[in-house]
Ligand binder design. Sequence first.
Ligand SMILES: Cc1ncc(COP(=O)(O)O)c(C=O)c1O
Length: 412
Amino acid sequence: MELPTSEIRSIASCRQDFPSLKRKGPDRELVYLDGPGGSQVPAPVIEAIGDYYRLCNSNTHGAFVTSQETDQIIAGVRLKMAALLGADTPAAISFGQNMTTLNFSLSKALARYLPGDAEILITQLDHEANRGPWLTLKEQGFTVKEVPVQPDGTLDYDDLRQKINSKTGLVAVGYASNAIGTVNDLKLISDLTKAAGALLLVDAVHYAPHFSIDVNHIDCDFLLCSAYKFYGPHVGVLYCREGLLNELTTDRLVTQDAAAPHRIETGTLNHAALAGVGAAVDYLAGFGQGGSLPEKIRNGMNQIAMYEFELYKNFYSALCQVSGLAIIGPAPDPVWHTPTISFTLETHTPQEVCQHLAIRGICAWDGHFYALRAIEGLGLLDRGGVTRLGISIYTSREELDYTVDCLRQLVE
Ligand SMILES: Cc1ncc(COP(=O)(O)O)c(C=O)c1O
C-alpha cells in the first residue's frame, strides 16, 4: 500500500477519525483514558469490518468469489502484521481469539517441546496472561522461577542474571508493563536469554500501541500482541520465529493445515475482525513517511511515540502538583516508559478516584489490571491497587488538563 506524502495523517488532528470520541458524557464528550485496557477504534477500521460483512462474508478456500476474497484479505493482513512487527515473512504471523488464548496454546505446545527438566523464567511485573500459561506447566514438573519487580517499578536484572542458566528453556517477559508503564530492557534480556541457549517470548500487548517493534532487533522467538490495544478489533496476534512453529506439536484437528502459520490457529478465524486488523495497521502507517509499508509504519510509530511523550511529560508534571498524589514507577522517559500513568491518592482509594472521574465523564480504570503480582509486589494490592490513566493518539492536552482539574477538586 503506497500513500503519497501529501496524504500523511496528522496525529494532532486524528481525533476526527474516531466516532466514539463524539459520544457525550454528563457535561462534555467522554474522555477515554483507558487505552491500556483497550483503545477506541477509528472509522477506517469500523468500515473495513462492516465492508467484510457487507461484501464478502464467507468461509475460506472456496472456488467462489467471496471465499477467494476472504483468502486474500487474510493473506494481506498477515503481510501487514509482519510489517508492523518487523517480521521477514507472513508465515511467522498467526492469529487467535486474543493474546491469552494464544499463549495458553503455546504453553501446551512448548510443554511437549522443552526438556522435562527445563526451567521457565517469568516476571512479577507481567500481566497474568504471560504468567498463568507458564505457571500451569508446574503441574507437569517444569520449574517456574520469577524475577521480582523492584520498588522503583523496574525489573530486578541482577536477579534475572542469577536465575538464568543452562537449564533455562524459556524466558517469558513483557515488553512493557500494562500496570505502570515500565519498558523492560529487552535487548539485555534477549542477550542473556540467547547466551543461556533459551527461547525468548515477549508479551508486547501494552508496548505495541506506543512504539515501533522489530522482532529481529530484539531477537525474540515469540512475540504476542492484541489488535484491540492498537486501534483495531479484538484479535490476538502471535509472531513465531520462522521455522519454529513447525517444530512444535500444537493442539489441532487432522483436517487443519499443519504448516505455519496455521498450525496453531484452531477453528475458523474471525474474518471480519481480521479485515479490521489490516485497516488498523494501515491507519498507523498513515502517520508515517516512507516508500514501503514497513518504513511508513516505523516512521508513523516514531511520530506517535514523540507525540504521546510530549503529552505524557506535561501530564506527569501537572499530576505531581496534586496534593497527596503519588505516581508509581519510573519518571517519564521517551524510551523506558509508555505514556501510561498509575498513581495512588492519600485520601481516596483508586476505586473512589475512578468513580469521581466517571461521574465527570472520564473513563479510567482502577485495580491491578490483571497484573496482579506486579501490584502485589509493589505493596499496593491491599489498598485497592492504583488508578491508571493511559494516553492514546487521540488524547488531547485539554482532556488531560480537565482530568487534573477533576483530581484537584477531589483532594481540595
Ligand atoms: C500486557 C498485557 N498482556 C496481555 C494481555 C491480555 O491480552 P488479551 O486480552 O488479548 O488476552 C493484556 C490485556 O490487557 C495486557 O495488557
